[in-house]
Design a protein around this ligand. Sequence first.
Ligand SMILES: NC(=O)NCCC(=O)O
Ligand SMILES: [Zn+2]
Ligand SMILES: [Zn+2]
Length: 460
Amino acid sequence: MLLIKGGTVVTSERSFSADILCTTDGKIAAVRKDIEPPIGSEIVDAHGLLVMPGGIDPHTHMEMPFMGTTSSDDFYTGTAAGLAGGTTSIIDFVIPEVGQSLFGAWREWRRKAEKSATDYGFHVAVTHWDEKVSQDMGTLVRECGVNSFKHFMAYKNALMVNDEIFLKSLHRASDLGAVCTVHAENGDVISFLQQSLLERGSTGPEAHPLSRPDTIEGEAAQRAIALAAISHTPLYIVHVSTRQAALAIAEARLRGQPVYGEVLPQHLIFDESVYQSPDWLSAARYVMSPPFRDQSHQEALWGGLSSGQLQTTATDHCCFCAKQKEVGLNDFTKIPNGVPGIEDRMSILWHYGVNQKKITQEQFVALTSTNTARIFNLHTRKGIIGEGADADLVLWDPASTRTISAKTHHQNVDYNIYEGITVTGVAKKTISRGKIVWDDGVLRAERGAGQYIERASFKA
Ligand SMILES: NC(=O)NCCC(=O)O
Ligand SMILES: [Zn+2]
Ligand SMILES: [Zn+2]
C-alpha cells in the first residue's frame, strides 16, 4: 500500500488537506486527514506539494502512419514521457488505412498499444462510409469499449470526409450513444490554397499558415456544429485554435447544444512568427494543423478556458524528427504535420495559466483531467480523487522550476517546441495505478503496464 501524507489535495472543485491511501491493486482506498499508516505501507511525504488527479491527454498520435511516414514516439516512449510530465492516461486515435475495416484497425491499434506505460483508450476515425463501417461502429461501442469517433474535415484525398459521410456517422453515433470528435478545417479550401501558393512559388513553411486561414477553421466548426445539431449528437472539436471556432462553440452551448472544445497549450503561447525563421528546419518543426495564429486568437482561447466554454487541454502529440520533416524541403504541403508535447502540457498550462492567474488550480485540474474524464465517460475511474477511483495521481510542486529541452526530455524526437523555456510548476512524482513511476527526475515507467480503458456508451 502507498500512503501519501501531508499534501494539499486539489480536485476540479476544491482544495483541502488530506492523506491518500492507495491499495496494492491500484485504487484509492481512503482520502482523509491523519490516516494511520497500515503495516508495511510505503509513505510518501507530500508536504508542500499539491496532489492532483493524473493528467489525461485525450489527443495523441503514437506510432501513427501519416503523410508517408510514422510518428516517432511509440506507445511506450510516448506514454513514458507523459508520466514524466504528470500525464497518466491517453486517448489515442485509431486511423484505418484505405481498405481496412474500423474493427480491424482497432485490433491493430490494441496490439500496438500493448507496450503502453499508461492506461489508454481510443477514438476510432471514420474515413469512409459503407454498411460495414456502420456495423463496426456498433461492434466497437457495444463490445470494445469505444464511445467516441473521429472525423477529419481536412486532409483531402487522405483522411477527409465530406459532409454526407460525416452526417451519416453522426447519426449512427447518436443511435449508439457515442460522441463525435472532429478536426474542423475546410479541406477543399486548404487544398485550393496550397496549390495556388505552390504555383506562385511559395514552397516553404511560411506558406503553411497562409494555406489554412482562421476563417476556414471557423467555417468548418460552424458546419460541424450544424450537422451535429441535426443528428442530436454530442460534438467534441479538437485543437480549437481560432476565436471564430471558440465563439461558434460558445454560441452552440448557449443554445443548449452539447458541444465541447479542446485547446492545445502550443496554440496558447506560439504565434505565426514561428514560420518566419530563416532556418528551414526551425520553421518546419512547427508545421502542424491548425497552424499557429496571430496573438488575438490566444486571448480568445484563454477566455474560453477560464470561462468554461472550452473544456479540455490536449497535446495532439505527433512527433516527427528532422529527417522526416525534410521530406517537405521543396514543398511545404509534404512536411509531415505534427509537433511533440505530451511531456510538457501540464507544466506549460500551469506556468502560463495558473501562475499568470488566468485559471485557478482547480480549473487546472478540470482542464487537464476531470473534464476529459466526464466528456468521454471515464469519470468513475479517472480525473477524480475519491474512494474506488484509480490511484492515478500527480504530486505537483508549484514552486519548483525546470528548463525544457530536447536534451533532457523523454520524448522520442530530436527537438522540443518549448526548448529553453523555464517553467515554474513541475510534476515531482507521478503515480500510476498506485505505483510511483516518476520520482523526482527518475523515470520508472514500465513497458506494458498500461491497461486498455473501456469506455461505456452514454446509452448503456
Ligand atoms: N495536428 C497535426 O498537425 N497532426 C496530427 C494529425 C491531426 O490531428 O490533424
Ligand atoms: Zn487534427
Ligand atoms: Zn491530432
